[in-house]
Design a protein around this ligand. Sequence first.
Ligand SMILES: [Zn+2]
Length: 232
Amino acid sequence: MALASKESARREALLYFLFPVSTKTKQSKRPKKKSAALKLVARAALPTRYGRFTIYGFKGRGAQDEAVALVRGNLKGKSVPLVRVHSQCLTGDVLTSLRCDCRAQLELSLKKIGQAASGILLYLPQEGRGIGLMNKLRAYELQDEGMDTVEANETLGFAADARDYDFSAKILKKLGATRIRLLSNNPEKVRQLERSGIRVIERVPCQPRISKISRAYLQTKKRKMGHLLEGI
Ligand SMILES: [Zn+2]
């Protein structure tokens, strides 16, 4: 009995990680996070197609505060670690959707970090730029009717981007990576990390080759969200 309930709790935890629910809306203020309360849950070896990493599981106080970090090399050594802070995208990362460029960015990041002297891939359960999987699918439905990604999110009552990188900064600090080179096209991500005490000494563009299908989506990200994308 005890074993069965342990197993079902484990399954629930896995499902939660894949399908987080967010209630953040445009109107809601970001809750003030209490300091500390970041727990290292586990650490294990993780050999991947892109090299050998160590995977860390972290948990914070909030329901959304859960993440894994894939670490390579010595983070406290001479080289400044190359870091990607990646928000989960079930449709892209796992189901190979071409509506967005998430999987291509994830693969490019793993490849670059795998080749760097040291680095971290931080993977956060902030599905759909923080609105949750079901709401992201509702936004896709609206996009199929002609809206762009920003209009769709706003029609559903969400901010265009509801993500928060304070928890990411806490994990980076815990790992000893307070000065980083960040793989990102998103200036807001750089700003938020810096505000949370991480020195981004270099922004490394993360722009994989894109499909025709995701071009319109990326044009919206560039035009309406200020993402730095070349040739889009
Ligand atoms: Zn995506």
